[in-house]
Write a protein that binds this ligand. Sequence first.
Ligand code: G3I
Length: 420
Amino acid sequence: MPKLLRTSLSLLIMIICLGCTAGPLPEATRLRNTSTPYPLATKVPVPTLIPTATVTSVSTLPVVSTTVASTATAQVFVAPDFGKVYTQTAQAKLTALALTPVATRTPWPSSAPALRDLAAKHGLYIGAAVQAGLLAKEPAYSDTAARQFNLIVPEYEMKMCIIWPARDRFDFSASDAIVQFAVDHQQRLRGHNLVWTDCLPDWISQGHFSQADATAMLKQYISAVVGHYRGKIQYWDVLNETIDRPPVWQSLIGPDYETLALTWAHAADPDALLFYNDYDAEVMNNKADRIYAMVKAWRAAGVPIHGVGLQAHLKGPIDYASLAQNIARLNALGLQVHITELDLPQDDFAPAQDEMQGQVYANVLKVCLAAKNCPVFVFWGFTDKYSYLNQNTQVFPLIFDQDYKPKPAYAAIYQVLGGK
Ligand code: G3I
């Protein structure tokens, strides 16, 4: 069966099964609004975005789209990557959710609404990873972060190697600075991360501990950190990339270390939503299947898991129908899905690459907005001046250039959010 047909049929299955999703989160795991500092944005229906054409019958569709299936509730037409995802429900006309060519690098009017203003209309938290040192010393960095985003996440300051430098010492100074910035600018926070194979302090990676000791240590750490930020951090990446890169805790504590970590985090802040976060599992693939099976089993066992983070460190266009299907099946478990670390390196700095980057970012956002429960969309940084990807060469992965000017990628996101 051709890939496009297989993909499209899976998208059709996703659209049909959207009506058969699990009910809302059980009361115990729904985010109670008591302790969040800011009112939860209610999810407003996603308006029809940038209808570049309203076609009433399949025959008038451009050749790039292929009819693959029709049912009583939906006709699904999926174009190749970079194309358009057309859907028609019984009552709505066929609307092409497609991008008009985005504005190139023109000076951005200061009177234009910011991304956070547009996102709020969709009940979306649009965010970026930030660094405490840059917030403190670079006004263009901090001003942009405050103006554009209604959610931020520490890029590295909230990791174990920074917060727990010695067994008898916790250092929250850098992560507190980011949390205070969020409080000052009415932003939500993703806590990142509690359990990861990287960024272990030396006294742990070089130490020798019994199972009982290691269990007590990890419980102490999670309880201390989540407790320290109780009521301030709405979402925690409790487990990061553990399915294929198990941390030392697996050998020290045993196979239950993940569910124990989730349980300890939930006890420390019952209102925080707890996530499993990973890369290369955005679309339907073997890793995504294993993560799906893992979190499905945790949900069935009553383990406090509330969502999955898809990091989306992309390396080019992806199969958007497959991304939509993966998000839909996770939502059907009653889980939120967040895009948590979106970036897309460009091989070289060229307008065509800029346009491509904008198309990919916009299409990923469209899939998130159209999903049942994808309320958070985060870039891993926001200016090309500072990206972890710029190790050996500038790869221009983000939405502002190194002078903090909006790139076509920014314009594409702006358009999808309904900006004029
Ligand atoms: O800012 C300090 C600088 O003052 C100091 O002189 C220098 C030398 O020690 O370190 C600088 O901090 C570095 C920081 O990045 C900022 O550049 C840390 O050493 C370095 O370890 C840190 O790397 C981070 C990495 O995770 C490890 O924590 C990256 O910023 C961050 O982008 C990366 O993010 C990960 C996610 O957490 C998980 N998903 C993959 C993603 C990319 O690897």
